[in-house]
Each structure stands twice: as C-alpha cells, then as structure tokens.
Design a protein around this ligand. Structure first.
Ligand SMILES: [Zn+2]
Length: 111
C-alpha cells in the first residue's frame, strides 16, 4: 500500500519536476531581483563602487542573502531583511576583503 503511494508520488514528482524547478527558479530570480533593486541606488561606502554585482552588505551579507533565498518576499520577511540591511553598510567585494583583514576602517561619522 505504502509502496503504491510512494510510486504514485514519484511519478507525480517526475511529471512536475520540471515545472517545480521552473517555478522555483522564477521565484528565486524574483527575490534576487528584489535584492538587486535594493542595491541599485547604493555604492560602496568606502570607494564608491556602484556595480551591483560587486556590492555586499557588511557584516550581514550572508544572512541577508540566505534570507532572501529562503523566504518568500512578503511584508514580514522584507521587514526582517530590511532590518539587517539597515544594520549593515554597503561595501564592494574589494573593500570587504580589506575590512575583513583590518586594512581599512570605517569612520562611523560617515554614516
Ligand atoms: Zn569599495
């Protein structure tokens, strides 16, 4: 009995796997776009780099990206991510590495 159900589920999954994947990708892109839209007006606070692909949130980048990928972009999760963004400074990848190695320091008066 349970074997039969499993087989049915597998068939169902196989049949819709491509659709599920497509929808997941679509939602993923939507969330990434939301994040990129948010970065569109930001520049690296240290050197002024404006290329979205180079920008990260310091120090909460990993958490922001993780939440952006995991949660649906509803009001509640946006609030959570926005709070992390507000607690972060936008830096480019180069400045991130410099920061991480204590090669540069932020003057808190700048923010
Ligand atoms: Zn920079």
């Amino acid at each position: 009995m349970s074997k039969h159900i499993n087989k049915d589920m597998n068939t169902h999954y196989a049949k819709y796997k491509d659709t599920i994947k497509k929808v997941a990708r679509k939602h993923y892109r939507k969330r990434v776009k939301w994040l990129n839209d948010h970065l569109a007006n930001e520049v690296c606070v240290h050197c002024g780099e404006s290329e979205n692909a180079c920008l990260k949130f310091y120090p909460h980048d990993a958490e922001i990206k993780k939440n952006t990928k995991r949660v649906g972009i509803n009001e509640e999760s946006r609030k959570e991510i926005l709070k992390l963004m507000n607690d972060s400074k936008v830096v480019c990848a180069n400045c991130w590495i410099k920061l991480d190695n204590d090669l540069i320091e932020f003057d808190d008066n700048l923010f």
